[in-house]
Design a protein around this ligand. Structure first.
Ligand code: ADP
Length: 644
């Protein structure tokens, strides 16, 4: 309840000091007290503390400039963890000593006095030393600058800490620097390696790490040879690295300073070394990933920063410290996908649990959802199309089959009708044959005379020829009616067809004492259809009409065939003077096997309907007052002119 207790603590003495006390005054004071208490409670509930919680002050002492990439990463993670996990506000001060560039003793003394004066009036809760030089500085002057302030250090490994004797108020997070795991990894990925080229710098820090690495590599000296490059200037180093034989690999430690004494930011050196080297380069720090190294078992600076912040937090909250020193491994096996591609390193060779950074996702990985969706849509569409095509084919097949069956049935029907037509056909053929015989006999007797009349003979021969043609025409029509032909649509004129069929039927009509008349539309009625089949429809309708009038007095027997154009249709109506069709059977007569005749098959109208519908037309039956039955067929007018 820090922040809540403070105002009450201030208010109560103020109230207590009020004098002299009267009853009314005491009541007023009580009211004021209650009011203040309520306001304080409300402010606490709403989070507006009247006085802020005690701010904690932390000083970060860097050996170098804070902007060095490693330090800035460590610092960022340290501050982030501290601020997000601390219950109190945190104020962080940063002091960068820049010791690799300014390292004289007089500078350090001046720095000491400067910091002492700077923080004289500031209660610092924890001073944090980052890297060994900063720890040494605080060990020497910490008590003067930040008296009785606990010190936490980081950035050193146990070797670097050495034999320093730490005060009871000093705590530290030790780095577990390991160089062998990266070497082990590199040798596993490049089993043909003969030599390992180790690159490092000449600064104290560079040399310290190099010494440790050399120590770690000693057990490997019987497997591969080692070449240590630290005394070259950067340009010389790069030139050398660019000409390494293929069985070499490079391990880079740190280069804060090259062999010529030139200072560098190690990250830049890593980038240039990786760019120049003719063989793969491995490293030890996670900050170097993305700067050209293939990878390795890498130490994580950010994790080290977070571990240090957690130790500072324990001190701030007064939690028990399990030990003065914490040593945690912060290594992770990390690889750069781009470098793996560059050096042809297979993912299968990596140890399990390795992390791969900068992996370029394949189109499938990037758009798997979209590709799957589009693929599914295409598949469904393809499936639908194939189903539709299949259905279409089936329909076409069914249509072809039904046409074939219809043609066969129609053929049978024509045969049966031919029986009915036999008498009239015989009559039609007999007539010209009789005339031919008479004419031939006349010609024969004329030829016997001494002076035959040539002109007369010519006329007789013409008559014989005409009659012969007439008989041939009857036979031709009969043959065409009886021939078995496939459905053969062609441009025809319905008027022509009706005329021809009426002529064909005239003998039958005469024989059955029926008056057959036709009223042909003056305008042509072009349609597309099968001539034989449509003729069969007309024949069926007329023969049925003749049959229907069997009981009609012969004077009344009449059939009228009319053609006309109704909108986009060519229409033909066949009316008779028969009894008509009972109203309830008007539709039924088109069904197969419906007949009222003793020897009927009941197929004629059914076939007629099938033929008309195959021509996209309609057929209907009705009764007409004053007449008998009327059958109408409607066929679509064709846009092309009829060819007869
Ligand atoms: P079928 O002639 O072998 O009987 P159809 O299918 O041609 O077979 O005719 C079916 C039936 O329709 C006929 O039996 C008859 O009862 C009736 N029908 C057909 N045309 C007429 C018509 N013009 N007048 C009266 N009834 C008819």
């Amino acid at each position: 309840m820090r922040g809540f207790g403070a105002p009450l603590g201030i208010c109560l003495p103020v109230l207590a000091a009020a004098a002299p006390r009267t009853a009314t005054r005491a009541a007023a004071e009580l009211r004021t007290f209650l009011l203040i208490a309520v306001i304080s409670i409300l402010m606490t509930i709403t989070g507006c503390s009247p006085v802020s919680a005690a701010t904690r002050h932390i000083v970060l002492l860097f050996d170098e400039r804070v902007e060095l990439p490693g330090l800035s990463l460590l610092e960022a993670e340290f501050v982030h963890t501290l601020r997000s996990d601390s219950p109190d506000p945190i104020e962080v001060y940063r002091e960068a000593m820049d010791l690799s560039r300014f390292s004289s003793d007089s500078y350090k003394v001046l720095l000491r006095d400067f910091l002492r004066a700077k923080y004289a009036d500031k209660k610092v809760d924890v001073a944090v030393a980052i890297m060994a030089p900063a720890l040494d500085f605080l060990m020497a002057y910490g008590n003067l600058i930040f008296p009785e302030t606990p010190i936490v250090f980081c950035g050193l490994d146990r070797g670097q800490l050495g034999t320093r004797s730490l005060t009871p108020n000093t705590f530290g997070v030790l780095i577990k620097r390991e160089f062998a795991p990266t070497l082990e990894l590199a040798l596993r990925l490049h089993p043909e390696t003969e030599r390992v080229v180790v690159v490092s710098g000449t600064s104290d820090f560079d040399q310290e790490l190099l010494a440790q690495a050399q120590n770690d590599f000693r057990p490997y000296e019987n497997r591969v040879s080692f070449s240590y490059l630290s005394d070259l200037s950067l340009p010389q180093l790069l030139a050398k690295l660019s000409r390494l034989p293929s069985r070499d690999i490079v391990l880079i430690i740190t280069v804060f300073q090259d062999g010529s004494g030139q200072p560098f930011v190690p990250h830049d050196v890593v980038e240039r070394v990786s760019g120049a080297a003719s063989v793969p380069v491995y490293g030890f720090l996670d900050q170097y990933i993305g700067r050209g190294i293939v990878g390795g078992s890498l130490y994580s600076t950010t994790k080290h920063g977070a571990d240090t912040a957690r130790m500072v937090l324990r001190l701030l909250t007064g939690a028990a410290m399990p030990a003065h020193l914490a040593e945690v491994s912060s290594n992770k096996v990390i690889f750069d996908w781009r470098q793996m591609l560059r050096w042809d390193i297979s993912e299968r060779g990596l140890p399990p649990g390795s992390e791969i950074y900068f992996r370029e996702l394949s189109v499938w990985q990037r758009y798997s959802w979209q590709i799957a969706f589009v693929g599914a849509v295409v598949l469904i569409q393809a499936g639908l199309i194939s189903i539709l095509l299949h259905e279409h084919r089936r329909r076409r097949m069914a249509e072809v089959q039904s046409r074939q069956r219809m043609a066969e049935l129609a053929h049978i029907n024509r045969f049966s009708m031919a029986g009915e037509l036999t008498a009239s056909i015989a009559h039609e053929i007999n007539q010209p044959l009789g005339s031919i015989l008479t004419n031939a006999e006349t010609a024969q007797s004329m030829l016997r005379s001494s002076h035959p009349d040539i002109e007369e003979l010519k006329d007789i021969v013409d008559d014989i020829l005409r009659d012969d043609r007439r008989a041939s025409e009857v036979i031709r029509r009969m043959r065409s009616l009886l021939k078995k032909a496939p459905f053969e649509p062609q441009h025809i004129d319905l008027n022509e067809l009706v005329r021809e069929t009426v002529e064909f039927l005239s003998a039958l009509a005469v024989g059955r004492e029926v008056k057959l008349s036709s009223m042909i539309s003056p305008a042509a009625l072009p349609i597309v259809g099968d001539r034989v089949q449509l003729q069969q429809v007309i024949l069926n309708l007329v023969v049925n009409a003749i049959d229907a009038m069997a009981d009609t007095p012969s004077d009344d027997r009449a059939i009228s065939i009319r053609t006309s154009r109704v909108e986009k249709f060519a229409e033909m109506a066949v009316s008779d003077h028969g009894p008509g069709i009972p109203e309830d059977r008007l539709k039924e007569v088109f069904e197969p096997f419906v007949t009222s005749k003793p020897k009927g098959m009941g197929m004629g109208l059914s076939i007629a309907r099938t033929i008309v519908e195959a021509h996209d037309g309609q057929i209907s039956a009705s009764n007409e007052p004053g007449w008998g039955a009327v059958f109408r067929i409607k066929l679509p007018i064709s846009r092309h002119p009829s060819v007869g």
